[in-house]
Write a protein that binds this ligand. Structure first.
Ligand SMILES: *Cc1c(COP(=O)(O)O)cnc(C)c1O
Length: 464
């Protein structure tokens, strides 16, 4: 399987390189040169498989001849052994035609674990013959960092330097990262905002002298293989339901919902893909009105979706212009020059064939958490509640009919204050986190300057 850049000016790469890659050298994102296709019989066969076997079967299509289904099964079994539900991603009935797909049973209580844990296994494989490992530097507003730290902890092929904005993530989020006590993980609390953290990471990736000494790797959500892994639960959820569903996906960077689109392109029977956003609603605006225009980020109770640049949307645009890299590049240049991008009506129409989009106000989110608890006792986190609010709106407008699955992207105990305030019940952490609040934290504080982070990397890296 070959992967090409959406901007058309980077050489195609294979699966091994895709495992380790973030942005393509031409500034684009990698996508498969063509979609692997599954026949209806092959899709039916997935219904008989457990999650690890399904993951191996589907990812083998993306790996091509570089990695066997059998090897992938071993990686998947290793990756998902730490999940606290044997189904990995269990489907639960909520009411009527509404279902919830629980993606938070991994070590760090959010859906990012599903892709990150298998990606870490694939990293070790991809670097098998490499003389030294990769230095992963990332910025996190909470969930990605925790998932990366848990997944790569103890790896001999990677070390992780994770930056978070000091005092601006929840205590549970911070402790999930900082109580991991192994020598290939370094937590850095930056005296600044998440944007400062991201800017520093960008500066370090652009620093040629630094890169000559440190072999940098990224694991952020533009990594293609993370998306490929996320297609798996669309297949297993459809199999568990026994019929084609619509999926409603709490969305930030447009990665998770794009994985649903990929599953559909691979042949999975699927009705609508509902894009659910909080008050940071750039994806609702572009899908409904055709105008993509970042504004300023507004903090909400669903912080993992407080995003104004939905990087993975570029992948959908590329599909929508029929892989015309020149046209895609022109659209992205317009965005860079004018800070907004206006899609031609034909594109808006094409996107509307697969997607619908709506947003949830903060008041609607807390009312939903409360009403779900009142009607059946289930506690849902604010990100999941955004999805449930959007589903109600889709049903009202008949944009979604029939069975619908809302992706539940975080455990309620990861955002306990918002859940308790809305529902009156303080969600309990799973037993394995019983001592989370008393364990010693490991972190280094640093000013919001690239030079300070560089010095920390040199002082702690075992690869330089
Ligand atoms: C990252 C995240 C999302 C958004 O996923 P995207 O792939 O960025 O759209 C939603 N909910 C939670 C809890 C997350 O951590």
């Amino acid at each position: 399987m070959r992967y090409i850049s959406t901007r058309g000016r980077a050489a195609p790469i294979g699966f091994r390189a895709a495992v380790l890659s973030g942005l393509a050298p031409d500034g684009g994102l990698y996508v498969p040169a063509s979609w692997p296709a599954l026949s209806p019989a092959e899709i039916d066969a997935i219904a008989g498989l457990d999650f690890c076997d399904a993951a191996a079967r589907i990812l083998a299509l993306f790996a091509g001849d570089e990695l066997s289904e059998e090897a992938l099964r071993g990686f998947a079994q290793h990756a998902y052994a730490a999940f606290d539900d044997r189904a990995v991603a269990p489907l639960r009935h909520l009411s009527g035609d509404d279902y919830v797909l629980e993606l938070f049973h991994g070590p760090t209580l959010a859906f990012k674990d599903v892709a990150m844990r298998l990606l870490a296994q694939l990293y070790d494989w991809a670097l098998d013959d490499a003389p030294r490992g990769k230095t992963i530097i990332g910025a996190t507003s909470g969930d990605t960092g925790g998932a990366a730290i848990a997944a790569f902890s103890g790896s001999s092929k990677a070390e992780v330097f994770m930056l978070h904005p000091k005092g601006r993530i929840s205590e549970v989020q911070r402790r999930i990262m900082t109580t991991v006590d192994v020598d290939n993980i370094v937590n850095i609390a930056v005296e600044g905002s998440f944007d400062d953290c991201q800017r520093i990471v960008k500066d370090l990736f652009a620093d040629k002298a630094f890169n000559a000494r440190v072999d940098l790797g990224g694991v952020n959500s533009i990594n293609w293989v993370r998306l490929a892994i996320q297609t798996v639960y669309y297949f297993t959820a459809t199999a568990a339901l026994g019929e084609a569903a619509s999926f409603v996906v709490p969305t930030g960077n447009f990665g998770d919902v794009f994985a649903g689109y990929v599953a559909k392109r691979m042949g999975l029977p699927c009705r609508k893909l509902g894009v659910a956003v909080n008050e940071n609603d750039i994806m609702r605006r572009v899908i409904n009105d055709g105008v993509y225009e970042p504004s300023t980020v507004r903090p909400t109770t669903s912080p993992s979706m407080d995003i104004q640049v939905a990087s993975n949307f570029e992948r959908l645009l590329f599909e929508s212009v029929d892989l015309d890299a020149a046209m895609l590049s022109a659209l992205m240049a317009q965005l860079e020059d004018e800070r907004r991008m206006v899609l031609p009506p034909s594109l808006v129409e094409k996107i509307a064939a697969d997607f619908c989009a709506d947003r949830a106000e903060e008041g609607e989110v807390s009312a939903k958490i409360k009403s779900v608890k009142a009607s059946g006792g289930m506690l849902v986190d604010p990100h999941t509640a955004v999805g449930l609010v959007a589903l109600d709106k889709f049903r009202l407008r008949r944009e979604i009919e029939g069975p619908a699955v809302v992706l539940s992207t975080a455990h309620p105990a990861k955002f306990p204050d918002a859940v308790a305030e809305a529902s009156g019940e303080y969600p309990a952490l799973p037993a394995r986190y019983a001592d989370l609040m008393s364990l010693r934290e490991n972190l280094i504080e640093a000013p919001a300057e690239a030079a300070a982070i560089r010095a920390i990397v040199f002082a702690h890296s075992k690869f330089v």
